[in-house]
Design a protein around this ligand. Sequence first.
Ligand SMILES: CC(C)(COP(=O)(O)OP(=O)(O)OC[C@H]1O[C@@H](n2cnc3c(N)ncnc32)[C@H](O)[C@@H]1OP(=O)(O)O)[C@@H](O)C(=O)NCCC(=O)NCCS
Length: 177
Amino acid sequence: MSPSLTVRRIAADQGAVLRELRTASLREAPYAFGATLEDALSADAASFDATAAERAVSFSVSTFILYTEGHPAGLIEAHFDATAARRAFVCELWVAPAVRHLRGGELLVDTAGAWLANEGATEIYAWVADANRNAMRFYEALGFGPAGEHRRIERAPEQVESLLVRHVPSTSQVFQQ
Ligand SMILES: CC(C)(COP(=O)(O)OP(=O)(O)OC[C@H]1O[C@@H](n2cnc3c(N)ncnc32)[C@H](O)[C@@H]1OP(=O)(O)O)[C@@H](O)C(=O)NCCC(=O)NCCS
């Protein structure tokens, strides 16, 4: 039987959970992220506590956590950038290998997207490394398409990442916390 998957916004006291999920994701899929495992390991616990506290209540940045049978098993960040256009992004997406292909990634993207839409986003963007074919196919399956922007990956300048975008349907449901 498939485990039941749920997604909830991070709570202010979940700094340790955030640290656990970020280090697990950077260890398991270092090719997928701008940060490195060393960055996460060298950050002190207090900085994760501060990040969790902010993301639990902020109107411009949040983290959502995937649970399988009550255990943290994935995460995604949602934020608005600081430009005048205030573009909405999802990033830091990761689902633990043991629960992949069960729609946890889709649930994370849809929940984060609904929160961004509720805060005013009409388009949701994601940067994806061109070499990360799984993530490209995943986002395409969820209705994302090329936004036409490309840039070098800071961590690995010989590689390129592309911007994907999904339009928020006008009938999109209001985010329920
Ligand atoms: C990408 C990732 C988040 C997908 O999570 P997931 O929970 O397995 O994805 P879902 O089960 O929600 O998949 C939804 C759909 O996306 C597509 N998809 C998912 N994984 C795929 C893969 N490896 N290859 C091709 N298509 C894939 C499928 O169409 C799938 O629907 P289906 O299972 O009915 O065929 C997960 O593989 C992961 O954490 N990868 C490592 C980190 C990473 O690359 N993050 C993205 C950074 S940009």
